[in-house]
Design a protein around this ligand. Structure first.
Ligand code: NAI
Length: 460
């Protein structure tokens, strides 16, 4: 038995970041992980492998669509699916080994196995029980399916199976036009699959800004994704010939055939086997671990962060909570600004947002102005065939304080952070507008949107 200041259960972005911060703050730290490699869903079967496939298929798309326009002649590359999978595996390995290196560097013990909490102050891993003054639950989430639909990860897959299909399907049905559905749907559409996305609501990416949703759907449509909106999937069956998806649109029941069906209708917290109910840890009706404003559960010395608790299921939200809870355990003032958590969809073009949407500001009765700038007026975007999209900044009508931003366009996932920093400093749109931006960069579109909140942009 070993004794620690902190034992973190789970080594995803929430858990491993928490462990590193605890160690940096002088706490004796261990992290429990039952998977063969560190990094959790994000590094092994989520963000990182999906970005590898998004990157390789985006390169393919560039070669097919734009190389000849730039005078780069020759046959477009052929897809070797098995090599693409090797590239993805290599990317995962580099990243998971990177966390292992950071654990060694920071003298964090990796307790290999699946952990449970038999009593406050104790963590059991395999046959061994360790003492911990503080325990952090960072066990993440798993895909949630639809009632009666069984995910076999072969024909009816979650994001996990979709990352490692045996072959590129001819026909794929994606259930749910959320982040996973659109990212993975894009990958397979670029690889030549006929992709149909069936979505319950009348819009794609339901939480996004309305104008972004419309433009996004149009762009994805041009890339070959078909959408069936306002359709509730009732049933999915699979046999030797493929799968049948039955959905209800209005009063009518219809079916679509597919080789592969991706179920991307959300995720649920994963806390199985921890022994939370025996320990008396309160959970919410959604199965999340209940916490106070500082990630403490109702049991002394037991904390929880990331997808296992309330809030958006995002790796970077978990990381921020990991750092903040480490700081609180070390007696410092850990804090997370929940109102400035960006969200990014890594399609082509990328979609990114932070803060409130126009619909939310209207609902909240906040007077606002919207400054919008199209990438058509951005020289760099035009040169790079990336002018399809815009930046929209929402600022308070009277104070000019930035309240939100919504970007669809090249590098949107990076551009959004300029606005996040501005929001953290309580900046006005004019502060961005008065900041010199290098030419020619995509970031000029952000400045122009800020200018559009005042006397007007220059290039539109
Ligand atoms: P999601 O919550 O983003 O989208 C699920 C969609 O499925 C919704 O639009 C919903 O209306 C639809 N739906 C639900 N039931 C349905 C039915 N019976 N028929 C048709 N449509 C139905 O969930 P998703 O995409 O599975 O992602 C899960 C979580 O993972 C999210 O919290 C997401 O933010 C996170 N994630 C984030 C990524 C990123 O930040 N780039 C990448 C991948 C996942």
């Amino acid at each position: 038995m070993s004794s620690y200041d902190v034992i973190i259960i789970g080594s995803g972005p929430g858990g491993y970041v928490c462990a590193i911060r605890c160690a940096q703050l002088g706490l004796k730290t261990a992290c429990v992980e039952g998977r063969e490699t560190l990094g959790g869903t994000c590094l092994n079967i989520g963000c990182i492998p999906s970005k590898a496939l998004l990157h390789s298929t985006e390169m393919l798309h560039e070669a097919q669509e734009n190389f000849a326009k730039m005078g780069l002649m020759g046959d477009a590359p052929q897809v070797d699916w098995s090599k693409m999978q090797d590239y993805k595996a290599g990317t995962i390995e580099q990243n998971t080994k990177g966390i292992e290196f950071l654990f060694k560097k920071n003298k964090i013990d990796w307790l290999k196995g699946w952990g449970s909490i038999p009593e406050a102050g104790k963590v059991k891993v395999g046959d061994e029980t360790h003492e911990a003054k503080n325990i952090v639950i960072a066990t993440g989430s798993v895909p949630s399916s639809l009632p009666g639909v069984e995910i076999d990860e072969k024909r009816i897959v979650s994001s996990t199976g979709a990352l490692s299909l045996a072959e590129i399907p001819k026909r794929m049905v994606v259930i749910g036009a959320g982040v996973i559905g659109l990212e993975m749907g894009s990958v397979y559409a670029r690889l030549g699959s006929e992709v149909t996305v069936v979505e319950y609501l009348d819009t794609i990416t339901p939480t996004m800004d309305g104008e972004v949703q419309k433009q996004f759907k149009k762009i994805l449509g041009k890339q070959g994704l078909d959408f069936v909106l306002g359709a509730a999937v009732q049933d999915v069956t699979s046999g030797d010939e493929g799968c049948t998806v039955t959905y209800k649109k209005g009063d009518e029941e219809q079916t679509i055939e597919a080789d592969i069906v991706l179920v991307s209708t959300g995720r649920k917290p994963y806390t199985d086997g921890l022994g939370l109910s025996e320990l008396g840890v309160e959970t919410t009706d959604k199965g999340q671990v209940g916490t106070d404003g500082h990630w403490a559960t109702n049991v002394d010395g037991v904390y929880a962060i990331g997808d296992a608790v309330t809030g958006p299921m995002l790796a970077h939200k978990a990381e921020d909570e990991g750092m903040a809870v480490a700081e609180r355990i070390a007696g410092k003032a850990g804090h997370v600004s929940y109102e400035v958590i960006p969200s990014v969809i890594y399609t082509h073009p990328e979609v990114a947002s932070v803060g409130r949407t126009e619909a939310q500001l209207k609902d909240d009765g906040v007077p606002y102005k919207a400054g919008k700038f199209s990438f058509v007026g951005n020289g760099r975007a035009k040169a790079n065939f990336a002018a399809d999209g815009f930046v929209k900044i929402l600022a308070h009508e009277k104070t000019d304080r930035i309240l939100g931003a919504h970007i669809i366009g090249p590098m949107a996932g990076d551009l959004i952070h300029e606005i996040c920093v501005a929001m953290e400093f309580g900046a006005a749109a004019e502060d961005l507008a008065l900041t010199c931006h290098a030419h020619p960069t995509y970031s000029e579109a952000v400045r122009e949107a800020a200018l559009a909140c005042g006397d007007g942009p220059i290039h539109s």
